[in-house]
Each structure stands twice: as structure tokens, then as C-alpha cells.
Design a protein around this ligand. Sequence first.
Ligand SMILES: [Fe+2]
Length: 517
Amino acid sequence: MFTRRQLLTVASATPLIGAPAIVRAQSWFAGYPFALGVTSGDPAPDGFVIWTKLAPKPFEAHGGMPMVALPVAWEVASDDRFKTIVAKGEATARPELGHSVHVEVTGLQPDRPYWYRFTLGSDRSMRGRARTLPLASASPPRLKFGVAGCQNYEDGYFTAFRHLAKEDDLAFVYHYGDFIYEYKQRGPDYDKDGLPVDQVRHHVGQDCFDLADYRLRYAQYLSDYDLQAARAQHSWFPTFDDHEIQNNWVGDIDGRDQSPAEIFRLRRQAGLQAWYEYMPVRAAMLPRNGIITDMYREARFGDLLAVDFLDTRSFRSDQPCGDGFKPYCAAMDDAKAQILSPEEEGWLTRNLTRGKTQWNCLAQQVMMMSLDRRRYADEKEPIYNMDTWAAYRVPRDRLLAKMRGLDNVVVLTGDEHQNYAGLLESGDKPVAVEFVSTSISSGGDGSDLRAGSDMLLRDNSQLKFINDQRGYLVCDVTPDAWTTQFRVMDRVSSAGGSIATRASITVPHGQPSLIIA
Ligand SMILES: [Fe+2]
């Protein structure tokens, strides 16, 4: 291990002309400092964020890094062989942020791919590919993007991410959260004969409570090269859901009601800092006073599509009826309940009515359709998922009423670990379509239909499609139609699973309806 003085001497020599030939002769680290890969995110018409995190020994404290700030050189090229460098500079990897690097690159051309990489001493990162957005004034004829999330490491391999990396021409990937799961290693499951079976893979570390716990968990997930491939190949719009902190937390309320708010806020702060450190997001999303106030944000794709990325956790009131899957209780009609903050709801309302794009998309975390969840014949009254919009009837009705007459709203959702497609209704009139994306691995292999799916379809006329395999969505948007492909894996319990399109569902512009192929 080197001293602070040795490090600073090498670091200060790096940018000098002539010096790199000497400095490059030897790595500063015993391990590869870019072992957690690279990614890009939050693209704009003139640039995007590029990200890496120095961790020569990802499973050791501080990733094996010395506790000093280090300069990391970055380059953006217009070609994948880096013959034409269009932007470059130096960023500082700071110990306070776990030696993560977030560079907000600007000055680029709209609607085209770029390639980027990082260099530290003699070590060079893998190459990443990023893509700028079209100008707001453009009229793109078509836009394709991916939707993914919910990736419990113990439940399966991330092979779906390698397939996602290979999807052509994606403008971006929306991640709806559950990037990590906060649990320690789970006990065994049982097979169909009632015999114990091990998890596919094991979490390292305890249940996550402090910053070191969360950092280690992200490092373990990112040691998976299928995930690294998808992160390197596409630009991401990440959001967080619950497992980045704790199952079913909302606001400053512990999801298990075990810690008081002022204590839970410390855990939330640790989880959010780790999320920021590992995500390719802008400095606006740095946690301040223990929360991220600006996770909800918007992106425009010319006059074709506007996406509003929502935060349905940070400002939500507590789940009614004690959370879980329950029959109706009066708290579901609480007039003061909220899923979005008043500021977020006002921002969303203004965005929905701006009327400047063919399509409006709400990219968010928990199901907006209100489903009767009964799956067994002995359940006599309707059952609701208290963690979804269904249990917050007043804000849900208020939002759906604002969609009346727009006829261009598509809601994208995660969290359920199943694929769903259906209609969102205000009164008895369809006002929007919701596509719920399954999981990358959470829940394991699955099958086409989970037991009781026939009851769900029978009891919920707004629900048109269900599937219980792992995978992701590819959305293909033109001015006339929105088509969502449900891409599903044959298995995630062993490596090398294959991907196929289980269904392709089209929404005609101007008519909230679903055409299933
Ligand atoms: Fe999940």
C-alpha cells in the first residue's frame, strides 16, 4: 500500500505531457480499479452523465481504495475506437462518495451514440456507449427504449440483462428500482416434494442498515458482468423503489414499523447515498438532509414523447390497513392520503397538460391499476395490495381524472415481479394504459401463468394480460402507435437462459385500448 504522498505525486504527474509513459508502466493498485464497470445516464440533447466507481477490491472495505481523493481522466468519442475524441477532462473520485465518479458531459450533438471510457494511472476502464436525446424541437419518427428492474441476486442469474444489452437501437433504459435487495442470505426454499433447495446465489453481508452494508451489496450485484454489460451498452434513467432501502418503506416510516422515524431516516440516508454513488445520475440527485428531493424528473424526446419519472416512495403517506394484501378498510378512502408530494403532483399535472408531445408516459414504481387480488376460491371479499395506488383511492382518482381527454397516456410500472397489461379508468371510461414489467430475476424462473391468474383475469375486466416469467419490456413508439414487447426468459435459475417475445401489445394513439398480438 502506498502513502498519501506517493499517491499525490503519481496523481499530479498523470495529466502532464510526457509523464504518462512512465506513470503508465505500473498500476497503482493490486486489483483492477474499474472492476464495477461503467455506465451512463440521465441523457439530454447535449450530453449525459458518465459514471464509474473505483474499487480494485470490491468486497473489501472502501472497495480496497486508499482514503484520498484521486483524479480520474475521462474521454468521450464519436466512434467506438476512440479515434475522434469530442470531450475529455478529469474528475475527482472522493472517499466521501466511495470513489464514485459522476461526470455531467455537455456540448455534444443531439440524438446520436457516443462512447466513453475512464483512465487512472495505467488502468483503463471498459468502453461504454451512451446516447444523447433528440432536440425538443425535433420530430423523431420512432423511439425504442427498454424497461427493467427488480433483480434479486439470490433468486436468479442476470442473463436477461445480457439480452437487454444486445437489444438494438434503444434510446435509453428506464429502471423502476429494486436494483438491490437489502436482505442477508435467505434460508432455503422448498421444491415441489417439500424438500429444501438452495438459493441460486447468495448475498454477502448482513441485512443492510449502514452505508458500508449498502455499498457492499451494490458491489456484489455489479460484480455480475451481465448487469455490467447492460449498464455499459445503454443510457439509463434510474429511479429507486423500496428495496434500495427496505421492503415497503414510505416517507420516513420503517416498512416493518420497528424503528421510530428519526432513526429510520438514518437508514434511509445511508441507502440513498449508496444509490446515488452507484447510479449515473446528476448532482441534483445527491441526497441532501437525508432525502433526495429531485428524483422525480422529466425527459423529452422531441414532439414524440414526454416521460415523467415519478418518486412514489419518498413523500407517500403510510400504507393503509396495516399494509400487505388485505380486504377493503376505510383508510383506503383517506382524503389526506398521498403517494406524490403536493409539489410532485402539481409538477405532474402541469406536465400532463402541456400538450406538446404525441405521448405522455408516467414511469413509476407501484401498480396504478386497482386489482382484486383474490387467487383462491375461499377468499370471499376483494383483496387489495396496500402498497399500490389501489389503496390510495383519493389521490389515485384525482390523478386519473386529470388524464381524461388526453388519450395519450401510458403508465410504466415495476414492483410486481409479473407482467401485466390493462386499462386505467376514470369513472368507467378508459383514460390510459398501464404496462407492468416483470423482474430481471426476483421470484425465480416462474412459468407462463401463476396459480390463480384465471381468477385475476375473471375478476378484473380492465386487466387484459398476465405472465409470470422473468425479463424486461421493449417499448417501440411512433406518432401513431405504442407497442410494448414483453420479453421473457425461459429460465434464470441457471446460466445461459434464452429470451423470447411472449406478447406484443399495441396502443393506438388517441384511443386508450390494447391490441394483443
Ligand atoms: Fe422487487
